[in-house]
Design a protein around this ligand. Structure first.
Ligand code: GDP
Ligand code: MG
Length: 299
């Protein structure tokens, strides 16, 4: 008698279905104007496309950022579709009075949760709700080598309450390796001191390997990145890089900066978890608050 029922293929079935439908990944970049946000985004995903021979449409982005608007890109890699939405945000903390300068950014994130909830609650549920919730917020830190600005602490804390925050040290080519290591440690200390809960989080369901990976990531974060939209030739090979007075920085060389580690983190090791954590942690928290408020107002 054949005992094999075959339900183990369900994982493959689900996978195939999911892969066909494709998935959506929404990234927001936050930080002062001029820290290289647009450049890094272009470096991250443009080079990804080049080395993966993927396809993309509308890979165009307006240069100045005066309001919050997502730009959508379609990436196809080995038949897998990824709808990548990049949300650029206006630089904050640049006015004389910076009170509530983070409001539009936080509001944008909450508005996406609220739109999702509205669709979930409508009687005729859509089969697949378009997901515009921000899965990852890349927070750009000025490479001063000193401490975080008070306003950065405030904004990062507000963000961490509603979204997965991944801090990066912008333009890290301006720091020596020693300064960089010290700055990273200082930022981690400050975040702990101010009780800022950045991504990644551990879950009870995690296996040993996943815990270890997250432990390693927490030792690495904030990623010290360098971005460039220019190609340079190093040893006859064309790479993304920056030429300065002293030499050439190869953006993808792990001895030069942590661009590669960030890219692996975002697109390989933590893509699914960023999406899941958004739904299970941030959105759930929003949802229960909203439903509670609804109940109270109708009681
Ligand atoms: P945004 O305002 O944060 O979007 O910043 P941009 O991406 O427009 O970059 C501002 C300027 O910084 C441009 O001249 C970039 O070429 C430069 N830039 C971007 N990334 C880096 C970097 O990693 N290192 C250095 N040294 N300059 C950078
Ligand atoms: Mg920009």
């Amino acid at each position: 008698l054949n005992q094999y029922v075959g339900f183990d293929s369900i994982t493959r079935q689900i996978e195939t279905k999911l892969l066909k439908r494709g998935f959506q990944f929404n990234v927001m970049v936050v930080g002062q104007t001029g820290l290289g946000k647009s450049t890094l985004i272009n470096t991250l995903f443009a080079s990804h496309l080049i080395d993966s021979k993927g396809r993309v449409d509308a890979f165009e982005q307006p240069r100045s950022t005066t309001e919050i608007h997502p730009v959508s890109h379609l990436i196809i890699e080995n038949g897998v579709k990824l709808r990548l939405n990049i949300v650029d945000s206006p630089g904050y903390g640049e006015q004389i009075n910076n009170e509530n300068c983070w409001d539009p950014i936080i509001k944008y994130i909450k508005d996406q949760h609220s739109a999702y909830l509205r669709k979930e609650l409508t009687a005729m549920r859509e089969r697949y709700i378009t997901d515009t919730r921000i899965h990852c917020c890349l927070f750009f830190i000025n490479p001063t080598g000193h401490t975080l600005r008070p306003i950065d602490v405030t904004v990062m804390k507000k963000l961490a309450d509603v979204v997965n925050v991944v801090p990066v040290i912008a333009k890290s080519d301006s720091l020596t390796l020693e300064e960089r290591a010290q700055f990273k440690a200082r930022i981690r200390d400050e975040m702990e001191y101010h009780d800022i809960h950045a991504y990644p989080f551990d879950s009870d369901e995690f296996e040993e390997g996943e815990r270890e990976l997250n432990e390693r990531m927490r030792d690495l974060i904030p990623f010290a990145v360098v971005g460039s939209e220019r190609n340079v030739v190093i040893d006859g090979k064309t790479v993304r890089g920056r030429k300065n007075r002293y030499g050439v920085i190869n953006v993808e060389n792990e001895n030069h900066c942590e661009f590669n580690q960030l890219r692996t983190f975002l697109t390989r090791t933590h893509l699914q978890d960023l999406i899941e954590t958004t739904a299970l942690k941030h959105y759930e928290a929003f949802r229960s608050r909203q439903l509670l408020a609804l109940k109270e107002s109708s009681a």
